[in-house]
Write a protein of this length. Structure first.
Length: 153
């Protein structure tokens, strides 16, 4: 072995503050919370690992995409309570999900849903005029029937 290889081997377990970005491969441990799709040539997830020997990441972000490559679901992981405990993962709030609804023709965002179907859900709907300019938006918490659009003269 070379001295460089010896040094790399010796330092491997002492690494800290590791940020890992993975492309194309779904993270298998989150299939109950997110079914990742359309990952080819895209970021699948990023993880921050505090120490090289840690079993669980301290935090992570997982992505799923629609067929056009837009992020349709983002899942924020605040880490396992068995790893590094924090206020989020101790209270049963380890995962937070954001779902984006895009118009498939124009690519515009129609709605963003934070924690859809959960007690802390928040929904934000975007509207556009005939020239695709943003109009005043509607936010609702929790999900209730959207108000009917009104014609403004």
């Amino acid at each position: 072995m070379t001295s460089l290889q010896n040094w790399l081997n010796a330092a491997a377990n002492s690494r800290n503050q590791i940020t890992q970005t993975v492309y194309d491969q779904a993270y298998p441990a989150i299939t109950d919370s997110l079914n990742q799709s359309n990952l080819r040539n895209r970021v699948s997830y990023t993880q921050v690992i505090n120490q090289a020997l840690d079993t669980y990441p301290a935090t992570a972000t997982y992505y799923s995409y629609d067929v056009q490559g837009n992020v349709d679901t983002l899942l924020q992981d605040f880490g396992s309570q068995y790893g590094i405990g924090n206020a989020m993962n101790r209270e049963g709030s380890r995962f937070k999900k954001v779902v984006y609804d895009f118009d498939l023709v124009s690519g515009k965002v129609n709605q963003v849903s934070y924690q859809p179907g959960k007690p802390d859900a928040y929904y934000h709907r975007y509207q556009y005029d005939a020239e695709n300019r943003g109009r005043p938006c509607t936010s609702i918490m929790p999900m209730a029937p959207w108000p009917e659009p009104r014609l403004v003269s």
